[in-house]
Design a protein around this ligand. Structure first.
Ligand code: UD1
Ligand code: CA
Length: 454
C-alpha cells in the first residue's frame, strides 16, 4: 500500500515568544520539523507534504528538499483545514498525519500505527496522561470501541475525566479523507475545523478506529513553549546516551553529555563529563575523550585521546594520536598516527605526520609537517600576509626551536633545524641549521637605572 505523509507546521507557536517560527526551534541542534521529516523519510512514503503558514518562507528555505512538497495554509483555520490544503496532492492509499512540533516520535511506533490502517480501518495514536488538560479526549462506548474525539474546550465534565488523550497522529484510508474533510464544520468552542471530527464520521460510515499507544509521553509531546522544548531536548539526550551505552560506550555521566548531530562510535570508547558532539562525528574503538570537549564534524581513529577542554572542528586524529588539554583543532587539522598536540596549540589546515609533535603554545596554519618532526613551544607559522595565505612545508625529522616564526611560503628539508627565536624567511635545506635572530651582546658593568629616594 502506498503512503502519503502530511506534516502540519503552519501554527504560530505564540507561547515560544520568538521571532523564529516554532517548528524551526532546534532539538539536538536540528529544527523540530527536521526531526519529523527524517522520521517521515524512514517510513519510505510516496511523498511528504508539509503544511506551512506562519514564517512559511523561512521554513521553506531551511528545509527545502527534493522529496518535500510544501503546501501553504494562508489562514490557520484548524487542523482539519490544514490537512485539506494538502488534499489535491494526496494520491496514496494511506495518509499519515504528523506534526512539525512533535519531534521525537519513534519510527517503530508509527510503523505499528500504519499497520492498523486499511480501507475499513483508521489507526489512531493515543497516550495515557496523568494530566490530560488541553488534549482531545478519546471517547469509547461501553465495549471500549472508539466513538469520537472531543476537544478539551468542548468536553463535558465527565469527558474531561478521561485520561486517554489524542496525540493528533493519525493514519487514514486516503480514498475516504476528502469526503470527511469536506463535511467538517467549525461550529465548536474554538470556531476551528477540527481534524479530530473525522473520527466520529468514520465511525458513522462503519469504519473501525484502531488505537496504538505511545510508549511514553515524550514520544508524542509537542513543544508549545521553551520549557517543553527543554524537556524534549533532555529526553532526546537521555535516549541517545542510553543507546550509546548499550553499544559499548562508557559515559561517565549520561546527564552531562550531548549529541547534536550524527555520531558513530566503536566499542570501549570512554567519554568524560560535559562533552558535546556536533555534526558528523566518527569515533573508533578505544578512543578516550576528557571532560569539557566540543567535537564537531571530526574523525577520531582507534585509540586517539582527546584531553580536557579541547575543541575540534573538521579535524581528523590518527590512530593513537593525542591532543590537549586545551588544544584547538580547526578545519583541515589532520594528525597522523601517534602524533601529539599539547596545550594551547591551534592547528588550521595543517597536517602533522606520524609521530610528529607540537607540545605547547603554537599556531600552525596551512602547514605540512613531516613524520617525527618536533615543533618547539611558541612556534608560529606566519601564513597570512594580509591578503593571501601561504604554505609552510616541512620534511621529516625537522626540529623547530622554541619561539620560531616561520614566514610562509617557506620549505624546510628533512632533518632541518631552526635555532630558538628564529624568524625564518628563507627555505632551509635538509640537515641544515637555520639561525635567524640577532646575535647576543653582553655589556659588562652595565648599571640598571635607580629609583630616586623620596
Ligand atoms: C490538537 C488536537 C487534540 C490533541 C492535540 C495534541 C485537533 C482539533 N486537536 O489540539 O485533539 O490532543 O493536538 O497536541 O486537532 N496547525 C496547523 N494549521 C492550523 C491549526 C493547527 O498547521 O490551522 C498545526 C499547528 O501548528 C500544530 C498542530 O497543527 O503543530 C496542532 O494544532 P493545535 O492548534 O496546537 O492543536 P491543539 O489545540 O493542541
Ligand atoms: Ca498543540
Amino acid at each position: 500500500m502506498s503512503l502519503d505523509i502530511v506534516i502540519l507546521a503552519a501554527g504560530q507557536g505564540t507561547r515560544m515568544r520568538s521571532a523564529l517560527p516554532k517548528v524551526l526551534h532546534p532539538v539536538a541542534g536540528k529544527p523540530m520539523l527536521g526531526h519529523v521529516i527524517d522520521t517521515a523519510r524512514a517510513l519510505a512514503p510516496r511523498k511528504i507534504h508539509v503544511v506551512i503558514g506562519h514564517g512559511a518562507e523561512l521554513v521553506r528555505e531551511r528545509l527545502a528538499a527534493d522529496d518535500i512538497h510544501f503546501v501553504l495554509q494562508a489562514e490557520q483555520l484548524g487542523t482539519g483545514h490544514a490537512v485539506a490544503q494538502a488534499l489535491p496532492a494526496l494520491e496514496a492509499d494511506k495518509v499519515l498525519i504528523l506534526y512539525g512540533d512533535v519531534p521525537l516520535t519513534r519510527v517503530e511506533t508509527l510503523t505499528r500505527l500504519l499497520e492498523q490502517a486499511n480501507e475499513s480501518q483508521l489507526g489512531l495514536l493515543t497516550v495515557n496522561l496523568a494530566d490530560p488538560t488541553g488534549y482531545g479526549r478519546i471517547v469509547r462506548n461501553a465495549n471500549g470501541v472508539v466513538q469520537a474525539i472531543v476537544e478539551h474546550k468542548d468536553a463535558s465534565e465527565a469527558q474531561r475525566a478521561i485520561r486517554e488523550g489524542n496525540t493528533g497522529i493519525l493514519a487514514v484510508p486516503g480514498k475516504r479523507l476528502g469526503d470527511w474533510l469536506s463535511r467538517l464544520s467549525n461550529s465548536n468552542a474554538q470556531g476551528e475545523y477540527y481534524l479530530t471530527d473525522v473520527i466520529a464520521m468514520a465511525v458513522a460510515d462503519g469504519l473501525v478506529v484502531a488505537t496504538e499507544t505511545a510508549q511514553d509521553e515524550m514520544e508524542v509531546l509537542g513543544a508549545n513553549d521553551r520549557i517543553q522544548l527543554s524537556q524534549l531536548e533532555c529526553h532526546y539526550q537521555q535516549r541517545m546516551a542510553r543507546q550509546l551505552m548499550a553499544q559499548g560506550v562508557t559515559l561517565f555521566d549520561p546527564h552531562r553529555f550531548d549529541v547534536r548531530g550524527e555520531v558513530s562510535m566503536g566499542r570501549d570508547v570512554t567519554i568524560d563529563i560535559n562533552v558535546i558532539l556536533e555534526g558528523r562525528v566518527v569515533i573508533e574503538d578505544d578512543v578516550q575523550i576528557g571532560p569539557n570537549c566540543v567535537i564537531k564534524d571530526s574523525i577520531l581513529r582507534r585509540g586517539a585521546i582527546v584531553k580536557a577542554n579541547s575543541h575540534l572542528e573538521g579535524a581528523e586524529m590518527g590512530e593513537g594520536a593525542d591532543c590537549g588539554p586545551f588544544a584547538r583543532l580547526r578545519p583541515g587539522a589532520k594528525l597522523g598516527a601517534k602524533a601529539h598536540v599539547g596545550n594551547f596549540v591551534e592547528l588550521k589546515n595543517a597536517v602533522l605526520g606520524e609521530g610528529a609533535k607540537a607540545g605547547h603554545l603554537s599556531y600552525l596554519g596551512d602547514a605540512e609537517i613531516g613524520a617525527r618532526s618536533n615543533i618547539g613551544a611558541g612556534t608560529i607559522t606566519c601564513n597570512y600576509d594580509g591578503a593571501n595565505k601561504h604554505k609552510t612545508v616541512m620534511g621529516e625529522d625537522v626540529f623547530i626551536g622554541s619561539n620560531s616564526s616561520l614566514v610562509a611560503p617557506v620549505t624546510l628539508g628533512n632533518g632541518a633545524t631552526t635555532g630558538a627565536g628564529s624568524t625564518v624567511t628563507q627555505d632551509v635545506p635538509a640537515a641544515t641549521l637555520a639561525v635567524g635572530r640577532a646575535k647576543q651582546r653582553n655589556i659588562e658593568g652595565w648599571k640598571r637605572p635607580q629609583k630616586t629616594p623620596k
